[in-house]
Design a protein around this ligand. Structure first.
Ligand code: GUN
Ligand code: ZN
Length: 468
């Protein structure tokens, strides 16, 4: 398929320059039948190209964008909980530990019933896709059967995903508790095998299993060790996701349960769970030693600002993490976060950085870096796309448009027919400025009505155009 129109493309992070993105007012992207980008030609060459390749063009399906549409890479949600969607917006009076006990664990207990899980997960996945999330890191519940249903639904949807069954063998209510570390490990292995068999059978590698020790508090040392051995046994394919240092009471409880460790990050590290395939959600209250070790081990951080504001956990110092060279992406963390859209995470990441910048004296404008500064639009876009891809270890495959990468893309429409008037920025004299304006408006004022098509690996899987 040939796509022709305006394109917005995040650029790789380069330590010597601020994060940036490029706009192409007219660009031809050629996608192979297996969904790979095989050619990308910017404006000035287009006429040339059409002359030379007219025949090939005629044969191919060509999608031509209008002047108020653009293509951008799909969003990557590096942290969400599929079973918590029925709780969206609920529990406003709570902080983390009581919220888990009173609001979250009771909801998750319902997923002992696979049919309940199936009904719920169907609408959850549909919704996440239509919000423009092309790759999603899902937590299920402790239940193997329910999590298998989630796998089936995501596979049928065409979304790219990491899917994990939560591991919890202590400090949770009876009906969320796994009988033993061994049972938990065995069920995890069954899910891994289930996913690997499915992806091999379908010749596609869109769904990855991910080991999901929920957080240090809910896992005995025995379980953490077993999961680490499991990750090692399946090396190099297996990722790990967990929570770290979200809330101060949580950090204190972790300290009581692991008196021999020097920090939260040290707990995961001491069990061999901190590596380049580890995704750490939140990281609100890390010490400098923890930042060092996470950077050194090349683990990634999922920044979940909506959740951190909503559960009054704190404000994560994203700029500091960027300066430390840590991989970082965005997470919606439903239902700690009350909105499943990465657009919303982008807005709250911006606000979080503005809150931090307000609390600090203006830093030396000549000194480079992100710490204590507002995040730019380019940085926010980066976190939502390429940054997330890096956190998932998929930066060679997704996160931006480049030769050889998969075409995981959004077609964004900002005209008033899109049903969200006020987005149209007008004034097209300066095309570059116009497109940058469209992007900024979309990121801050857009919603799912503006996402007309969602593609994963070249296949149309959702978006507003697909809704009857
Ligand atoms: N820490 C452990 N479990 C959870 C969860 O479900 N949500 C959030 N936000 N933090 C957690
Ligand atoms: Zn979470």
């Amino acid at each position: 398929t040939h796509y022709y129109g305006a394109v917005i493309n995040p650029q790789e992070r380069n330590p010597r320059e601020p994060i940036s993105y490029k706009v192409y007012p007219a660009c031809l992207i050629i996608v192979s039948p297996v969904g790979q980008i095989v050619d990308m030609i910017a404006q000035s060459d287009i006429v040339d190209f059409q002359e030379k390749e007219r025949e090939r063009c005629d044969e191919a399906v060509t999608v031509i964008l209008s002047s108020d549409e653009f293509l951008m890479p799909g969003f990557i949600d590096t942290h969400t909980h599929a079973p918590q969607f029925p709780n969206l917006g609920i529990g406003q009076e709570y902080q983390l530990l009581d919220w888990l006990k009173d609001v979250t664990y009771p909801m998750e207990a319902n997923f002992a019933d696979p049919d309940f899980a199936e009904r719920t997960y169907r609408s959850v996945v549909r919704r996440i896709i239509d919000f423009g999330t092309t790759t999603c890191c899902y937590y299920g519940t402790v239940h193997l059967d329910a999590t298998k249903r989630l796998v089936d639904i995501v596979r049928d949807s065409g979304q790219r995903a990491f899917i994990g069954k939560c591991n919890m063998d202590r400090e949770v209510p009876e009906d969320n508790l796994e009988p033993s570390a061994n049972d938990s490990i065995q069920a995890t292995e069954q899910l891994i095998d289930y996913i690997q068999n499915l992806t091999q059978a379908s010749d596609s590698l869109l769904i990855h299993p991910i080991i999901t020790p929920r957080f240090a508090i809910s896992c005995t040392p025995e379980l953490l060790r077993g999961l680490s051995d499991l990750a090692e046994a399946y090396n190099p394919t297996l990722h790990i996701q967990t929570h770290i240092s979200e809330n101060l009471d949580e950090v204190a409880r972790m300290g009581e349960l692991f008196p021999g460790n020097t920090s939260y990050a040290d707990v995961y590290d001491s069990f061999g769970l901190l590596g380049r395939k580890t995704i750490l959600a939140h990281a609100v209250h890390l010490g400098d030693d923890e930042i060092d070790i996470i950077a050194k081990k090349e683990a990634g951080i999922s920044h979940c600002p909506t959740s951190n504001f909503n559960l009054t956990s704190g404000v994560a110092p994203v700029g500091k993490y960027l300066d430390a060279g840590i991989k970082i992406g965005l997470g919606t963390d439903v239902s700690g976060g009350f909105n499943p859209s990465i657009l919303n995470a982008i807005r709250h990441a911006s606000i979080a950085s503005k809150v931090i910048s307000l609390q600090h004296n203006p830093s030396d404008p000549l000194k480079p870096g992100y710490n204590n500064r507002k995040l730019s639009v380019a940085t926010l876009l980066y976190l939502a796309t390429l940054g997330g891809a890096q956190v998932c270890g998929l930066e060679d495959d997704i996160g931006s448009f480049a030769l050889g990468k998969s075409f995981d893309a959004l077609m964004v429409k900002v005209s008033s027919e899109a049903g969200n008037p006020g987005l149209y920025p007008g004034g097209k004299e300066d095309v570059d400025k116009y497109l940058r304006g469209m992007l900024e408006r979309f990121l801050f004022c857009g919603d799912d009505r503006n996402i007309s098509r969602v593609y994963v690996q070249g296949k149309l899987i959702g978006g507003n155009d697909c809704i009857e």
